[in-house]
Ligand binder design. Sequence first.
Ligand SMILES: *[C@@H]1O[C@H](CO)[C@@H](O)[C@H](O)[C@H]1NC(C)=O
Ligand SMILES: *[C@@H]1O[C@H](CO)[C@@H](O)[C@H](O)[C@H]1NC(C)=O
Ligand SMILES: *[C@@H]1O[C@H](CO)[C@@H](O)[C@H](O)[C@H]1NC(C)=O
Length: 480
Amino acid sequence: MAENLKLHIVMFPWLAFGHMIPFLELTKLIAQKGHKISFVSTPRNVDRLPKLPPNLSPFIDFVKLPLPHVENLPENAEATIDVPYNKVKYLKIAYDGLKEPMMQFLKTSSPDCVFYDFAPYWLGSIAVELNISSIFFSIFTAAFLAFIGPVPVLKGTEDARTTPEDFTVPPKWVPFESTVAFRLFEIKRIFDSVTGDEDNISDLYRFGATIEGCDVLAVRSCEDFEPEWLKVVEEIHRKPAIPVGQLPTTAWDGGNDDKNDAWRGMKDWLDKQVKGSLVYVAFGSEAKPSQAELTEIALGLELSGLPFLWVLRRQRGSADTELVDLPEGFEERTKGRGWVCTSWAPQLKIVSHDSVGGFLTHSGWSSVVEAIQFERALVLLTFLADQGLNARVLEEKKMAYSIPRNETDGSFTRNSVAESLSLVMIKEEGKIYRENVKEMRDLFVNKDRQDRYVDNLLDYLQSHRRLKGKTKQMEERENN
Ligand SMILES: *[C@@H]1O[C@H](CO)[C@@H](O)[C@H](O)[C@H]1NC(C)=O
Ligand SMILES: *[C@@H]1O[C@H](CO)[C@@H](O)[C@H](O)[C@H]1NC(C)=O
Ligand SMILES: *[C@@H]1O[C@H](CO)[C@@H](O)[C@H](O)[C@H]1NC(C)=O
């Protein structure tokens, strides 16, 4: 590619691995096309990212901006996995402290465009000032963006939703029948951070100001999966919403995979299980079940009689003192049939292992995409964030089954866990869930399709390049 057609792109994700990883996947796909990327995060986060394949390293620069210290944020906490849920707001305050360093970085590096997350609501105006194209990259689906609504609603100046109940019905700007809305217990769990408290900036406000300040929305979505929702997003924002594909996770471990001891033990055990028989249980890097939930999940797994591998988070960061415990005697009773891992585990390797037939998941979109990539049947138990809305989309399309729960407090029983698992894994009535995931695979993870989405995005960016002091003609003259 001619030098003057190459773009320099900055990526600036929120401090959560569920955000950094899809940003990194998009980074890798763009780097493959020969563009230069600066991936900006904090030192500890950059150090914890997965390794890059050597052929892409020359195109990707990791930029480490130290996270300012703020009161109430535990020492060394730089990502949501490092802090209990009720401390995430301090992480957001610290993140807002990156405004100055980020502005300096953009000024000195003068990129063509910046891709940023929902959290840095202040970045759009900086980009305008510096003539940098600004792209809000939504790791959330189009259905989620459509549900949360137009800018005035998000910023609370018009039709603001003020009670949890307001979030349990489809909004008026969705012009078709849909079940996509939160359930009462789902919104109640996240209500404080969604709407903010008196002096903190709410997530919805962040979304609103971020979308208002961007030139374009790039959405983790595909045209054939949710065309109606993409259309709503463009209509409510009157800005292009470019789908960038589902960005399936790709791992590169330098051919070292079997050197990791924890994984080797797990793999030996998985190798002994019957193909497609096992339930993989994991709720992402953020969700930690309560003690009551954990007990029902464990006893439900026990009742189901199915083999399982459970990656369990007992704690969120070392500052979290409320550890959850497995029921008494559980591990002995399920010995041989179950494996519980309480440390980090390589999810992609587990999901891709032949023995896995189903995935009991929180419905985080990266996990959903991974399940579909390897055709694993989906059983859902939502916890936080966008997970409830993701679940509705999958339920509507009969691509997943949610464990029945009490509408008010979200509680569920061991019996409903066991019955849901056996429905989706084994029973004839649950065949539709197994089949629909298989059918969706090509649409979600086909390489050529994913590649076309990235080409389309890059074409758009190249044809909408801003002038940075010099005109294009001046640049071309210099290059000749
Ligand atoms: C956010 O709220 C907390 C209390 O919940 C308060 O201590 C803090 O100062 C607030 N932060 C901002 C930036 O207003
Ligand atoms: C659901 O939970 C609420 C609150 O804990 C309780 O009052 C109600 O009886 C429960 N409903 C059912 C059907 O169990
Ligand atoms: C931004 O672009 C305009 C024209 O497109 C130009 O006049 C101005 O100098 C540019 N500003 C910066 C900071 O490069």
